[in-house]
Write a protein that binds this ligand. Structure first.
Ligand SMILES: Cc1cc2nc3c(=O)[nH]c(=O)nc-3n(C[C@H](O)[C@H](O)[C@H](O)COP(=O)(O)OP(=O)(O)OC[C@H]3O[C@@H](n4cnc5c(N)ncnc54)[C@H](O)[C@@H]3O)c2cc1C
Length: 484
């Protein structure tokens, strides 16, 4: 890389240091390429926040944690903004792409490119690098909420899987709300970015790409703001890896709203509080160690989720003081679970005066699915020791064993009463066979419009993954970068 005060030159410019960007950086640097990785957010050490969610939210999340998605039941979209991107704040569940999804992609594109045989070596490499097998989460008997799922699996003969996790510590994990920052897991920061720096990766943090500048079907330079100063970078090749909301935003800022129509696939997370008749001590457990996979082909997963005093009580702010006082006496009897649904409808990404506005409508089929799986899960829970369930609803959310569940669900699970969040965005600048309004990269991640521009992040996924997407994003990035 050569440089003057206001200009930098490089062979590969990678914009964004999350799952996709860091995977590409590591491979290219190992191949001896001249790589400059730029990241809008800052660099924080892995244990910088020591588990403090409030400090983490304000420093490493875009919009201090929540970007609103406007709809009848407005909800938040969460994404990381720091070195390591979403992998710094996420839960560290590293799943392979479900076979159903790989088959679907092969069918859509009439190819074999996305078969497990082709991707196997990339998944294995990523799993080894992130040290997925370091701890056997099944050995931790304090995970009573996960043990509950095993009990349910046995009783109802359903598929409950052990979650592949990149944890590097088993201490107090469940106390970490909204992802596990820092020391509890191996993010790409420790396993991809630091080793790449040792091998010659050039890195600028606090460096935001504002605009891609093109001429004759090529990106000639990228205008960035680095430490509050505008400079230009002249790359031979540009790799976009800004994540599912920001890659489309950068494209729209650079080439206008008419360049493509962006809509993003999301998974919806609905949090369910459960009081059991026995003590669960859920805050002593490890996050997300088991998952109900029986309904994966229907786009539905159910798993225990993080649990701490502060997160639990903030989710109960809708109760009155007396009720909260009562519940606090029985805190050890509670656990949290999450119902995750692949949304049929997509989130529209609108760029208005360079501001991102997200809008959405809940599909009726998804509403019916939410009702169906809440009922199924309630049946499982009440038959294995639950005495009270707090549903993901704004009003009328408490239900006990003797209530008429079907009637309750029908009356209360309506779009405007549902509480949900999303932290998985994908497919917002998709790959495809031909250039279309929303397919703007080919199956090798190469732009149809600019012959030296590529995209290797969650934006290019053809559809949502149902499962957590980091493993898929990394495997696709790794497989594509090999053939750049
Ligand atoms: C709370 C939470 C929990 C999650 N849990 C899991 C989980 O357990 N397992 C899983 O598989 N997935 C999980 N995810 C999702 C997963 O983290 C993302 O799917 C994945 O990180 C997406 O990778 P990416 O490369 O597309 O983008 P990101 O990882 O989001 O990285 C994009 C990076 O680009 C930077 N950037 C954006 N715009 C610019 C710009 N203009 N210039 C320079 N830099 C820019 C951003 O700051 C960011 O750091 C979770 C996400 C969150 C938020």
């Amino acid at each position: 890389m050569t440089s003057t005060q206001d200009q930098l030159h490089c062979e590969y410019l990678i914009i964004g240091s999350g799952a996709g960007g860091s995977t590409a950086s590591k491979y290219l640097v190992e191949k001896g390429k001249d790589v400059l990785l730029i990241e809008e957010g800052e660099h924080f050490k892995v244990d910088q926040f020591k588990g403090s969610m409030s400090k983490s939210l304000s420093n490493v999340w875009r919009n201090a944690g929540i970007t609103p998605i406007l709809c009848k039941s407005n909800f938040g979209f969460g994404e990381g903004k720091c070195l390591g991107g979403g992998t710094y704040v996420n839960g560290g569940l590293i799943w392979r792409t479900p076979i159903t999804i790989l088959k679907l992609w092969n069918k859509i594109f009439d190819t074999n490119q996305f078969s497990l045989e082709n991707l196997e070596k990339y998944f294995s490499e990523i799993e080894a690098t992130l040290e997925l097998d370091k701890y056997n989460v099944n050995n931790y008997l304090q995970n009573k909420d996960s043990i509950k799922l095993d009990e349910i699996a046995k009783k109802y003969k359903i598929n409950v899987a052990t979650v592949p996790k990149s944890i590097n510590s088993t201490v107090d994990q469940n106390k970490l709300q909204l992802g596990s920052p820092g020391l509890t897991k191996n993010s790409v920061l420790q396993k991809y970015i630091y080793p790449s720096i040792d091998k010659g990766l050039r890195l600028l943090t606090n460096c935001k790409a504002n605009k891609l500048i093109s001429s004759n079907g090529k990106i000639t330079s990228v205008e960035v703001t680095f430490n509050n100063k505008k400079i230009h970078i002249f790359p031979k090749k540009v790799i976009l890896a800004c994540g599912a909301t920001q890659t489309p935003m950068l494209l729209k800022k650079s080439f206008g709203n008419r360049f493509f129509e962006s809509e993003m696939c999301v998974h919806l997370n609905l949090r369910i509080g459960v009081k059991f008749k026995e003590e669960m001590f859920a805050d002593n457990g490890i996050m997300f160690t088991k998952q109900i996979q029986e309904y994966l082909d229907d786009g539905v997963l159910i798993m225990p989720t993080s649990f701490s005093k502060s997160s639990f009580f903030s989710s109960l702010a809708k109760l009155d003081n007396l009720e909260i006082k009562e519940i606090s006496k029985q805190f050890n009897f509670f656990s949290n679970f999450v119902l995750q649904i692949q949304s049929k409808n997509k989130v529209n990404l609108n760029s208005l005066s360079n501001n991102l506005i997200l809008t959405y409508k809940l599909n009726l089929e998804d509403l019916e699915k939410i009702k169906k799986y809440l009922l199924i899960f309630m049946e499982f829970l009440f038959s294995t020791g639950a005495v009270e369930i707090y549903l993901p609803l704004k009003k009328n959310f408490k239900i006990n064993k003797n209530s008429d569940r079907a009637k309750f669900i029908e009356e209360n699970v309506i779009e405007k009463n549902i509480e949900m969040v999303s932290v998985h965005g994908m497919s917002s600048a998709k790959m495809g066979i031909n250039r279309s309004n929303n397919e703007i990269f080919n199956l090798n991640g190469k732009s149809f419009d600019f012959n030296n521009m590529f995209c290797l992040d969650s934006s290019i996924l053809p559809t949502s993954t149902i499962e957590s997407p980091q493993g898929t994003v990394m495997a696709l990035s790794r497989s594509i970068v090999e053939n750049l």
